[in-house]
Design a protein around this ligand. Sequence first.
Ligand code: AMP
Length: 326
Amino acid sequence: MINTVLSQIFEAIEKSPSVMLFRHRRIDGDCVGATKGLKGIIHATWPEKKVYIIDNEKSEYLSFMGADDEAVSDEVYKNALGIVIDVANADRISNQKYSLCSPIIKIDHHIDREAFGDINWVEEDRSSACEMIAHFYSVFQNKLKINTEAATYIYTGMLTDSGRFQYEGVTGDTLRLAGLMLDQKIDIETLNAHLYMRDFDQLKFKAFIYENMCQTPGGVAYIHVTKEIQAHFHLNFESASNAISSLSDIKGILCWLAFIDAEGGEIRVRLRSRFAHINTIAEKYHGGGHACASGATVYSLDEMKQLIDDADKHISEYKKTHTGWL
Ligand code: AMP
């Protein structure tokens, strides 16, 4: 079944002179790596094809991965195959002109919300969309070409979305496919320095988080990064959002939340968990995502408190009904 879909995707790319690649809003290493990686594979295999990634979103953290393409006319979209990667529902696609393309292919590893593609390849158990692109490459290895640059993009997404290969979705296949990418002689030391070195100020902010984080009786940790805190530490929205990563390793805390003040009174929520699944909580608060990594939005401090209470009840219940959690 999956192999039929993969063959359909291969054939669609093979016969399209022009391909446009799309990803989700609030870009991350996985959606950037997957689109740039697939673009690299298509270019290496069929140098005559035109391949575009057009996206207004920028990320300081991911700037080392390079810029995207310049805007093009609607005519170019209309004559292109569109491939949307790492997006569960169409309204989260960062460039909404994707709908001008035909046909449209969806490649995703999130909980399946909407089959917006003419061809849909969704595998919820994959640790990253980049793992799916690596798998696609491995299935058609005798026909596709890859190079160091494309492999580095794909490896980047595999690394970042799996928390350096530590989350639930990581399988033997994940590591075999990562190995296939590493065979392309990726400069691991430089890549890790780009991804994991922090500025002095960012570490000061981390210290602030450890000083000010809160916990609930049931085992939920959270921090609210208000506008004032963002100003104090000179944080942009992206660096403020990184607060979530500081809360991940606390024993007995199975769910952790970062609330980030955004524009227009919105408070962006990042939800993470281990053992227990928290996507249903994200879905209740205007969001969604993966079982253990989701995003949501709340619109007031009251709603923020409700979400924390829901998470607390959910984790308490999980702890009562399960053993083996840490
Ligand atoms: P984030 O905390 O933004 O890194 O999001 C964690 C995961 O949830 C990512 O895979 C996102 O694509 C997904 N996600 C974030 N926000 C939403 C949302 N509002 N609706 C659906 N999925 C989301």
